[in-house]
Design a protein around this ligand. Sequence first.
Ligand SMILES: CC(C)(COP(=O)(O)OP(=O)(O)OC[C@H]1O[C@@H](n2cnc3c(N)ncnc32)[C@H](O)[C@@H]1OP(=O)(O)O)[C@@H](O)C(=O)NCCC(=O)NCCS
Length: 263
Amino acid sequence: MTRGKAGSAWRRRCCEGRRRWGSPAGVSGFSLLLSAHPAQCVMMTYHIREYRPGDYETVRELFATGMSEYVPTLCIHMLKQPWVILVLTCTFSLLLTSSKSLLLPILAVTLLLAMGRQLLGYFWSMYIDRCLQEDLLDIQATYLGHKGSCFWVAEVDDCVVATVGARPSEEHHKELMLKRMSVRKDYRGLGIAKALCKIVICFAREHGYCSVVLNTLMVQHEARAMYEGVGFRKYHHYVLPTVYGRLASCTVSKYRYDIPSAD
Ligand SMILES: CC(C)(COP(=O)(O)OP(=O)(O)OC[C@H]1O[C@@H](n2cnc3c(N)ncnc32)[C@H](O)[C@@H]1OP(=O)(O)O)[C@@H](O)C(=O)NCCC(=O)NCCS
């Protein structure tokens, strides 16, 4: 999940202000001057356009890959939970006092950690599968069948490298929900996600929505920083009201970007 901050800073310094905003539903072109080394700047252009049926597999794969990257961060989050620390400490202490050997408690704790990692990976992939069976099952019908919703991809050299969707929120019909933001790992830190956010905001403004809203999970630190950088503000957060949600302190943060009224 980490990115080389020094390299990224250089890449950002290299980015030239040659972006142009097109119609949110149409195609927008963005040129970025990129380089791994100051002496070798190369030009990369990415385009943002509406989703086409041929993007189906890539979009689903981008989403699944982006989300599956969170397993290590989730493991660290779980290891910070008081009940997990208690279980591991008690197991270690009990086995140490009963066996009078270090080997058994170390093996037992390692086994528990490995099982926990597998279990977490399993539940997380179930969550990803559920998303793939919801709005991402028929992207065309969910996002492009109505005037008030849309799905975009960013492509570099005809290759889709990022995605975002937007559809009316279930809670408030004047709110547009931003969903399925994902950028391929090797194209991160270049401003593609921020550009996609701005496309969604433009779309919301053009379609008369009063705000853009989105949900993030407690482990999505980069995403939260990115949304805040665009101007989204956190307005609510809660722990998922399920057994698993409480066990994992699974916190959902809701963000909003208010569209200023035209008058
Ligand atoms: C979150 C994500 C979409 C960001 O994409 P991106 O194209 O790298 O983001 P951008 O380059 O447009 O924006 C960069 C901003 O994101 C934040 N950011 C990105 N990576 C970061 C990192 N490793 N550490 C801290 N902040 C980070 C910063 O605010 C940064 O702004 P800055 O460049 O001014 O410092 C991308 O990391 C991703 O696809 N993650 C996996 C899927 C996911 O979490 N989606 C969000 C679902 S809510």
